[in-house]
Design a protein around this ligand. Structure first.
Ligand code: CO
Length: 239
């Protein structure tokens, strides 16, 4: 290709980028979408009409961004059933406005009954956090997981197999993020007014597809410890 062929004479758009946009993997998405819509409508002609009327999911899923752990597929749920937030290594930081906004909306507007932190074995973010390599800006995010390692260093340092060590930190990270959610005033305020809200910790085993419930489900703030368990949070927040 020479320069004349590469450039669109009218608007100067590089045709190379157009070629990229027409790549097979990209076009496949549009084709799949048409097929998905056709299949859904065939199964239920009212599917999208009903979906467009609103959502009332009972579950908030906070998972890893990893492409292998999609919330709906893993749990066999349909559009409208799971409210989703995902980030690298499913971290819940109390200063993350994105996570807090999702949590607040899910708990106080949608009134979800279950908040699930879902990690997965072999998590690249957790593995990276266990190393001392620099990966760039993500190092700031992974610091939160390095702190989880520090909290549990006694246990983790006894594990000699690298893979097993990462996977145990995956479990401990999920557990810590469950606690982090429970420490938020959003969850604690909700617990003062409702008895039907639980926070859970899961790990997905990608090699089998199965979920492991870590047994750290919480439905009240009694085990958080004195400084974390807010006293009459709503009244305090009002001042
Ligand atoms: Co991951």
């Amino acid at each position: 290709m020479n320069n004349t062929e590469n450039k669109n004479e009218k608007n100067g758009i590089d045709t190379k980028s157009i070629t990229l946009a027409q790549s097979a993997s990209y076009n496949k998405l549009k084709k799949n979408n048409s097929e998905w819509v056709a299949k859904r409508v065939k199964e239920d002609p009212e599917f999208f009409t009903k979906l467009a009327q609103g959502q009332s999911p009972e579950v908030l899923w906070i998972g890893c961004s990893d492409s292998r752990v999609p919330a709906n597929e893993v749990t066999g749920t349909q559009p409208g059933e799971v409210f989703v937030h995902r980030n690298i290594a499913n971290v819940c930081v109390h200063s993350d406005m994105n996570m807090l906004s999702v949590l607040d909306y899910a708990v106080n507007v949608l009134k979800v009954k279950h908040v699930i932190v879902a990690g997965h074995y072999g998590c690249g973010g957790v593995a990276a956090a266990l190393s001392n390599k620099q990966f760039g800006i993500i190092d700031n995010w992974l610091r939160h997981i390095k702190d989880v390692y520090r909290l549990h260093a006694n246990e983790l340092d006894r594990i000699t197999d690298d893979k097993a060590k990462v996977n145990r930190l995956v479990e401990l990270n999920v557990t810590e993020q469950v606690y982090n959610l429970c420490k938020t005033s959003i969850i604690q305020n909700a617990w003062m007014n409702r008895t039907d809200l639980e926070v859970h910790g899961w790990v997905i085993d990608i090699s089998s597809g199965l979920i492991k419930d870590l047994g750290v489900s919480s439905s009240n703030s009694h085990n958080l410890g004195y400084v974390y368990e807010f006293d009459n949070v709503e009244a305090t927040a009002a001042h």
